[in-house]
Design a protein around this ligand. Sequence first.
Ligand code: PHE
Length: 483
Amino acid sequence: MSASNQSIHGMWSSQMVFVLAATGSAVGLGNIWRFPYMVGEYGGGLFVLIYLGCIALIGVPVMMAEVMLGRMGRHSPITSIRIIAERNGLSRHWHLLGWMGVVAGLLILSFYSVIAGWSMAYIFRSGAGVFDGITAEGVSAIFSDLVSEPEKLLAWHTLFMIMTYVVVSKGVVRGLEVAVKILMPMLFILLLVLLAYSMNTGYFNDGIQFMFFPETSRIADIKGLSFVILAALGQAFFTLSLGAGAIMAYGAYLPRSTSIFRVTMMVVIMDTLVAIVAGMIIFPIVFANNLDTVVFANGLDARYGPGLVFQTLPLAFGHMPWGDFFAALFFLLLVIAAWTSSISLLEPAVAYLVERWSLARDRAAMLMSVIVWILGLGTIFSFNIWSDVRPLESFEIFADKTVYHLLDFLASNILLPLGGVLIAVFVGWRLNWKTTEDELAMGKEYCSYAVWRISIRYIAPVLLIIVFIYSLLKVIGQLSSAP
Ligand code: PHE
């Protein structure tokens, strides 16, 4: 079979559009909501250091592999891997790898959309001035009010899924490309405006200090180094959109003449910068209001945990000049970032339906959006009517985890890294030197092909497997000690 140079779904009109789209996928709730609170939860600078290591040693080679697979196959991840396996005389079963990514993507989208929904609700709350001069009890009450009512969450989740559907249903060129060309510049402008605001708090250095200098005193109370490493690895995969088919799907629309190494580096650098800038926006604002020691009524710690952006930050903004306005901008930023990611979570499954069942794109997009919408109910109920449901109670480490937590854990900490291992094995061990060298065509320009080959064959899979087995043993250990 000749390697086709076009995808039936359309092609990005330039390499820059791919970079925008893939950066849009990578930059999302993971950078602005999840990264800062994980930095807080897992010990500041230490976590950041390990995270950067994971990005460089594992994230870069695996992202290059994903873009490459997409561009070789020119189809959805499932079909692409099947085609590549056939072409290279490998087992058809490898296409299950594509399935795993697509399923992980849909599971992630199901809770992603709910949290993006909170952010939308918060644009309006900030804009209406409800946080003006608010107390800690006040912000907790507003957050609890929102999440305790399934109807409210459902309305926002529905709206966000419609927004995602609208873009994906219009296709690669008229939908995804148009969306990222409009939304990404807005996102960068908002980031810069908020960064300038945060620099004016007078606590900028404290924020930097917290993010970049390991607080040794805290290493003891974070659950152990292995947890920090697993969390950093999960976050690295999540933030780079790896293992979920998203980058592979986008790679399928990438023009052949592009250097995969170069575009990957651009995406990785932008994503990492945005995460760090998000931390530099959030922590100084928190410190300026002495909120790093506040514990909210519902048990959420200001600096540590998912409440950071939805409670601590509004509380801080509520006591600052022009706080309402900048809070609204902040949540707008969050929604835009989430939107350009959610489209990449839906695209792989939609592309597959179009290929496999010859469905019209808008039908396929509708069908998948409805499925994800239904899955999202699990997350919605986790915050209210199912807030006491603990499906894996008998495992100590999962004893306090709701359906939402488990979905997040399964997708981000298990499926994504596992997808990473399988991609590394497929590309590094099953595809031969010549095949991948031709596609990457790295020449001698930057780092050479051999460095990538060594990373994808040895460094990435070995590190991933070690971290993985370690966490598995922990779970098994917990199981046998359970009553
Ligand atoms: N990278 C996105 C974020 O950081 C989330 C995502 C994960 C998107 C996997 C696509 C695939 O928010």
